[in-house]
Ligand binder design. Sequence first.
Ligand SMILES: [Zn+2]
Length: 195
Amino acid sequence: MHNRGNNTPVPPPNGLYDDDLLVADLIAENGREWNDASLALHLREEDRASIKSIPLIDNNGPDTLYWRLTPTGRYSVKSAYWLGVLGNHYVNSTIDENVWRGIWRMNGPPKLRHFLWRACTNTLAVGAEMHRRHIQESSLCKRCNSSVETSKHALFMCGNAKKIWAKYVFWDDIKDRIDDNFSTTFARLMEVKDA
Ligand SMILES: [Zn+2]
């Protein structure tokens, strides 16, 4: 559509330029069809054609606000906080719904959830990721210098990590569930926890 630098379209030669023109002004009173007279008054032929090709919804119900970052569609301060902390990762990630809920419901400080989120979306600053992004020359783990530092290695397999895990009785329950993909690991660990 043509316009004059703002969002008001150019009127036809004998038409009316209206700075305050609203889409509602171009719709018939019944709300179900375009108002031909109004279109002819305010818009040029080519603009009229493209507007008339847009179907109007046959529904006069009121508009409702929907906040897509909560399951209920209702805004919450918590979800806005996460939007601020995680930005586009939060909105665009393709992370599994159950994994996301698991992180969301976890007790503990926000930084823990942030950490888990980053692990699940492969955005932890581990050697493999840093190397892939050309930030670091080597992808090797700086602690043991013997393996590529993936999140699996850093969190479960590296010597120090293993020592810490070995102190917990539930290590036997989870050690066989650890996957290269942390998101998968996390989903499996939630199953153990819920069992
Ligand atoms: Zn290591």
